[in-house]
Design a protein around this ligand. Structure first.
Ligand code: PLP
Ligand SMILES: NCCCCNCC[C@H](N)C(=O)O
Length: 364
């Protein structure tokens, strides 16, 4: 048996998402770029490469990883490029997208030979979290003044508009796209491509893919642009779990199970967004599943079982792909979960283990 903790990525589930990706690309004409900020576990890129058009990035290192490990079309975006990064960024990128007009001005000469874009902030979003709302008050993410954008139309060929967040509501998507058409249409008409960013949960169950495809196609035709999407979550949703083992059982009004992992270190987004881990629950034996770091609130969530838990029992915590592996860290020196792939034939491949050497080298 594979030693826990480990992230388990299931290729057949990934392939099912990729089938939806293919359907959308084919029916809409839109290109889909994997957003590496969400998921960058390159050993499974071979299951994704034929079904996506490339990658998009938020830093020089993600850009390089996308270029080297995924290939195909590589978009380079960063909230701010440093002077010493720009030449290298250009060497990997097919398109570079500036967050601001001032960055475009600053690197005008150095980027004159590749396609360029600007981030457009439409002033609204679907995010329910202030932390993740690109249109929050005082937002630094993108240019919003359409008159200003017109001034740069001859220096760029497209825009990136990321304004959706976990949006599984097609009607909401369509209504907001209409607002973009109304408010920015005169500018979009001057462009060759428009990226609508990520955050559309089109691989979810019962999502009306046909409607989305038709809407994207109509948008592309109306403005004469190539549409791009930048799915992170939609590409990998439901494809990974965090496998852990019960190390101790305590009781303090509730039954507590301590596992060989940590929310803070291995599923950080749960703490950031104050959510509970996704765990199937059935039976009458309820436990609070807790991490082994010394953080008092290191709690995955509550779950019920048919039988009482025993030390050594294995548990599987769902939804471990997006914004999870990319955020794992060495807090408390808790052993970092290995990365294991469940192959199409059901066999398990251990593709990465992290030990004391990595812990030591990350500290000096
Ligand atoms: C510019 C951009 N594109 C794409 C994404 C991916 O979004 P999601 O993982 O929600 O699809 C993000 C998320 O932060 C983003 O900021
Ligand atoms: N499940 C809690 C909310 C997660 C929000 N994810 C934010 C990432 C996203 N791509 C964004 O910042 O737009």
């Amino acid at each position: 048996m594979m030693e826990t903790p480990y992230y388990l990525i299931d290729r057949s589930k990934l392939a099912a998402n990729m089938a939806k990706m293919d359907y959308l690309r084919e029916a809409s004409g839109a290109k889909c770029l994997l957003a590496l900020k969400c998921f960058a576990t390159w050993p499974v890129f071979d299951t994704m490469r034929d079904h996506m058009d490339g990658t998009t990035s938020s830093s020089l290192y993600e850009l390089k990883l996308g270029h080297e490990k995924f290939g195909k079309e590589t978009h380079a975006y960063s909230v701010a490029w440093a002077d010493h990064e720009i030449d290298e960024a250009v060497s990997y990128a097919d398109k570079i997208i500036f967050n601001s007009a001032s960055q475009l001005e600053r690197f005008d000469n150095k980027t004159a030979n590749i396609k360029r874009g600007l981030r457009l902030n439409p002033g609204f979003s679907t995010s329910g979290f202030d932390l993740a709302d690109p249109s929050r008050k005082f937002s630094r993410l993108g240019e919003w003044d359409v008159e200003k954008l017109h001034l740069y139309a001859d220096r760029i060929s497209g825009v990136m508009i990321h304004y959706n967040c976990e949006n599984d509501d097609f009607d909401k998507f369509s209504t907001q796209l209409e607002r973009i058409e109304d408010e920015f249409g005169s500018f979009l008409q001057k462009l060759e491509w428009v990226s609508l960013g990520g955050g559309i949960h089109f691989t979810g169950e019962n999502y009306p893919l046909d409607k989305l495809a038709a809407r994207l196609k109509a948008f592309a035709e109306k403005f004469g642009v190539q549409v791009y999407l930048e799915p992170g979550e939609a590409a990998i949703t439901g494809t990974a779990s965090l496998e852990v083992t019960v190390l101790d059982l305590l009781e303090n009004e509730k039954k507590l199970a301590i596992v060989d992992s940590s929310v803070e270190a291995h599923m950080l987004d749960l703490l950031i967004y104050r959510e509970s881990a996704r765990m199937e629950s059935e039976g009458e034996h309820a436990y609070m599943i807790c991490g082994k770091s010394c953080l008092a609130g290191d709690v995955f969530g509550e779950r019920s079982f048919k039988e009482p838990l025993k030390i050594g029992d294995r548990l599987s915590i769902g939804d471990a792909a997006g914004y999870t592996l990319v955020k794992k860290n060495w807090f408390n020196g808790v052993k970092m979960p290995s990365i294991v792939i469940k192959e199409l034939d059901g066999s398990l491949t251990l593709c990465r283990e992290f030990g004391y050497d990595e812990f030591e080298s990350s500290h000096g």
